[in-house]
Design a protein around this ligand. Sequence first.
Ligand code: GRF
Length: 198
Amino acid sequence: MKDRETMNIAVFASHGGSDLQAIMDACRDGRIDARVSVVISNNRDAKALERARNAGIDACHISLRNYQTQEKHDESVLEILTRHHIDIIFLAGYLKKLGTAVLSRFENRIFNIHPSLLPKFGGLGMYGLRVHEAVLAAGERVTGITVHRVNEAYDEGGIIAQTCVEVLPADTPETLAARVLEREHSFIVEVLRDIIAV
Ligand code: GRF
C-alpha cells in the first residue's frame, strides 16, 4: 500500500485487548512491518486502552454517548485517524459499528477478526461466549477464525483469511473460547503481515 514508509495501524477494541497485544508485540519485534499508532475504544475502562498506554501508544476513549450525533462522533474519529496518518484500521474485539464517513474514507482498508468460520455464527449479537455457545449447540466438530474486510453490516465484508480450530467432545463455551483466542494471537499476526506486504 505504501512505499518503504512504515504503515500506521489504528486498532479499535472494546475490552481485553489480547489480540491488540499480539499485534503490538509483533510490530515491536519486527514480525509485522508496521506500527500501532493509536488505539481507540468506546469503553473508557477497556483493558485495551491500558495495554496501549503501557506500550507508549496513544489511547483514545471515544463514545457515541459523548456526542450529539453520529456525524460529530465520526468527525472526532476521523480527526484522530488523520492526525496519526493511519493507513489501515484493525477491529480487534470492537463491539460498535463504524460510521459511514469512516467506512468510506478507509474503504477496503478496515479489517475485523471474528472467532468463527464466517458466514457461520456471525452477525448482530454474535460476540464473546455467544459465538462458542452457538457452535457447541450446533454440534460442530470444527470451528475457527475469520479475518474479513469491514462494511456496514456486522461480519459480512469479504473474507481475507480463515483458519480452523478443533472442537473437542468435552468443550464448554469457555474452554472453546480460550482455545480459539489463543490461536487468534498467532493468526492475527500471520494475516496482518500478509495484508501489509501487499
Ligand atoms: C476476539 O475473540 C475476536 O475474535 C473478537 O473479539 C475478541 C477480542 O478478544 N472480535 P480480546 O479483547 O482481544 O482479548
